[in-house]
Design a protein around this ligand. Sequence first.
Ligand SMILES: Nc1ncnc2c1ncn2[C@@H]1O[C@H](COP(=O)(O)OP(=O)(O)OP(=O)(O)O)[C@@H](O)[C@H]1O
Ligand SMILES: [Mg+2]
Length: 1195
Amino acid sequence: FVVAFQGDYVWLDLKTGREFVVPVGAVVKLCDSGQIQVLDDEGREHWILPQNATNIKPMHPTSIHGVEDMIRLGDLNEAGILRNLLIRYNECVIYTYTGSILVAVNPYQLLPIYTPDHIRLYTNKKIGEMPPHIFAIADNCYFNMQRNNKDQCCIISGESGAGKTESTKLILQFLAAISGQHSWIEQQVLEANPILEAFGNAKTIRNDNSSRFGKYIDIHFNKRGAIEGAKIEQYLLEKSRVCRQAADERNYHIFYCMLRGMSPELKKKLGLGLATDYPYLTMGNCTKCDSRDDLKEYSSILSAMKVLMFTETENWEISKLLAAILHMGKLRYEARCYDNLDACVVVRSPDLSTAASLMEVDIKDVMSCLTTRTLITRGENVSTPLSMEQGLDVRDAFVKGIYGRLFVWIVDKINAAIFRPPSCESKIIRRSIGLLDIFGFENFIVNSFEQLCINFANENLQQFFVRHVFKLEQEEYNLEDINWQHIEFTDNQDALDMIGNKPMNIISLIDEESKFPKGTESTMLYKLNSQHKLNTNYHPPKNTYETQFGIQHFAGVVHYETRGFLEKNRDSLHTDIIQLVHSSKNKFIKQIFQADVTMGMETRKRSPTLSSQFKLSLELLMRTLNVCQPFFVRCIKPNELKKPMLFDRELCVRQLRYSGMMETIRIRRAGYPIRYTFGEFVDRYRVLMPGVKPANRQDDLRGTCQKIVEAVLGRDDDWEIGKTKIFLKDHHDMQLEIDRDKTITDKAILIQKAVRGMKERTNFLRMRRSVTLIQKMWRGYRCRKDYSAMRVGFLRLQALYRARKLFVTYQLARTCVTQIQARCRGFMVRRSFWRQLHAVITIQAYARGMIARRVTQRLRAEHRRRQKAEGQRLVEEERLRNQMTVRRARAEAERSHKERLAELTRQEEEREMEAREEARRKKEMVEQVERERQQPVDHSDMVDQMFGFLGNTGALPNLEGQGPAGFEDLEVALRAEEEEDLDEALPLPDDEKEDLSEYKFSKFATMYFQGTTTHKYVRRPLKQPLLFHEDEGDQLAALAVWITVLRFMGDLPEPKYHTAISDGSEKIPVMTKIYETLSKRTYKRELQELQTVEGENSSNDGGGGQKKNSVRHKLVSLTLKRKSKITEEVTRRLMDGDYSLQGNSMLEDRPTSNLEKLHFIIGNGILRKRPGPNPCTCHLPSRLMQLSVDSPLVP
Ligand SMILES: Nc1ncnc2c1ncn2[C@@H]1O[C@H](COP(=O)(O)OP(=O)(O)OP(=O)(O)O)[C@@H](O)[C@H]1O
Ligand SMILES: [Mg+2]
């Protein structure tokens, strides 16, 4: 029962029952109510039910992350090894040790681990000092050879495509690199490979460059360690491939390379075409191999041949034979029947003739040789026809014979170039390193004679390996002084004996049957059965019809199909073919068939069988290996797809099993598989005994180890303690591990408890601190908020209270004031009323009096006139009495009197009318005066009225104008002056005459005026101000005042454009404008600019332009002008520069009214605040001064 925790690693046995399935590593994901969820190495998830708990086993810690040497694995079994390889392969680490074996997993990609740097890194290092590497094996071979003065060998095995040949080449390269000579012979040894591969390698479904032969390269080194030569041994070339290839496979590379690379002329000579033309090359339906470049290979083959001293002729002869083989493959047979016998003929064709001519044999001989067979019966040669199948077989046998012998010849040729026989005289024995690149154990669906040979070789190698491993074990036990006598191990000696060692072994029986003329496969099988049926390693056929027998090999049972066994074993060519070759004029073909020819000719002995040849060479090999110190490289193919990073578990398990690596493990298991150095042991297991110090602080490590192991395992158990290591059985390790795990778990829980407690406490304290801080801040914040609200409330309250108090006081005061006002007003109204009343009464009294008096006067005058009229009547009556009667006189007098009275009445009425008219007129006058008084005063008109005579309206100076009343005299003066030269100073009246003597102006002028300026008025703009001013603003202001004065006086023309700017400014009181003028700021910089422009203008008269305009604008803004009021037209015209004024004016952009000029003059000239005497005032001509002083405008 396993207690699993999350994250634990376990072995998961899925119990599929399949042959190559082993437990897979997995990690526990979840442990939930008895069920366990695990994730295996393949990424699959599994739920383990409680009843299946036995499916999982705990994983030894060494298996979790992988180890470099798999011997150190706690779980030393197939699953452990497989997982270790998998973990490393997934990290692109392809090499791993298992004791002395190097396991190499084919990466199927170029890894950057074979650089010159790596060669340097691995040179002269012990195994284990650096991570596992093929270079480490090569390096140890080399240095062991030198140190121990002993031959070394390296046995590289593995399935097809596992990387044997690549590993062999890597070792060769390493050896060539570190032997450090770079000699010609070294180059030749290296160049042997391309030739061997061209003739002996082919594309198969497992490997694009599969070696179809075994080889052993023995590299010879001289005493200085330099490569001196080499010898290549080849085994069992797969000849059948020349005639037949399985689907998707190719013939030997050389054919395709030749057809691609040979020049067209040579090809023509050989009658060759394309690869697709030849049945021998197209059987597998594959003439191209993606990973190979036949064209390039061909040139490298040729160059390698040159290096290895193949002559041109030899080369050509080889090509001829290869071409002949291809042509032979194209021969067509036709079946015939002679005398009831199956026969055949070869159809005459260009191929036949070319083949015959290439082999330099007679075409007829070829035909008969391929269709008939000569038998010697009772000393007579009898020729029998062959059936078509037999004929084809003969042809194929001939072709295979040619190719096989050609290959042997090539290997011999190479050996001739690179092999130097040891000289007998020299005492120094040379040393060698042998590299065996041989097919591994094979177990196909159908296994034939070749597999028997291969597996026999592997069986031998396995035994060699097992013995070596056990020897190593023994050495270790001996070194550690441990009794190993009781350790038993089984090797495969029995199987070996049965196959090839003991009398009547399987191979000798096959051989015998091959030589026996009447021998067949069934007689052979019968003999095998009868001889070996009792042997446990032999599996006889289940019934008499079966043609298979089985052998229990070290890696499993292999069943061999006996059909074709004998023929394959015989491997001989019919005498007719030998004869044909003998008849050839071609020396080369004769040479490669030499052995057969001589044998056939001389002794008529049969050539040795394949098995005997193979056995012989194998024995030789084993003898060589036995005197060597061996190294083993086991190549593993991770997948059948030739893809990188793909790991097929079952495929790998099969290879591990066949590799024989498990033997190492079995041997270990037989002894003490677990071993620790004392230091390691103490450090790992001291937890089991409280108070044991770490290994580096221990004096007696061995004693401590013993104490621990006795305490845990007991004194009597089967563990051993050596000199430096402690040796344990598997179950000891298990027990130790479980105890250790338990103790560590207890301690871990304790530590966890404490740490968690501490963590929680720190966390709690931190949180509490934070909470207090937050509370503090919050409370502070809330109080502050409440306080501020309250404060605002109190402030409001105060304000309200104060407002209320003030309001009451105010109300009180107001009431008092109102009352006082009311009383005062009442008093005042009453007083004024009384006064008015009094006045009215007085006026009334006087008026009435006056009226009454007037009435009285009128009445009196009336009375007097009536009295006078009465008097006149009386006088007239008197006068008339003299002339007429009294009565008539009286009447006449009465009538005249009445007339006079009427006249008087009419006069009276007239007077009355006049008086009334007078009253009405007066009343009207009063009303008009009243109306006028109501209307606003227009100062501008007034000034214009006053100074209009100066010609203010015209653009030109001195236009005629009507002088206002009181200024008529000025007009006369002006008119008189018109005739005078304008340049001449205006003759002004003398100061004395003008009565301005109190200013003493002339005296002041002579004293203070700058330059030659006199006190006299000049009608020109000034070049400099009259007085000295420090401030430039003042200087400019003075000049501007002068210009304005000239304009005012009509001595300087107004600007041309008469664009009336009426903005109602006239309505603004004069003084307001004046003070506005004064308050305008003059900027020094602007004024300076102005001055410079002024200077320029005065120097080049009439010149101007943009610059002048811009200055003008500035001036405008500095003076009274309201820039904003200038209409667009004015602005445009100003920009045009069409301007008649000679610069130097602050009022040049538009004509100004006299009032405006006056404003400017008064503002800048009189009122401008300056310390000391106002300098601008001096610019005012005395006349103007007088005018302005007298003017009603100036307050
Ligand atoms: N160390 C390696 N690095 C990169 N690729 C490799 C390595 N070893 C083998 N391979 C690849 O695997 C292929 C097969 O290797 P190799 O020819 O050595 O196999 P083999 O064991 O000799 O097979 P066979 O028994 O068929 O001759 C090579 O062509 C190469 O692509
Ligand atoms: Mg190979």
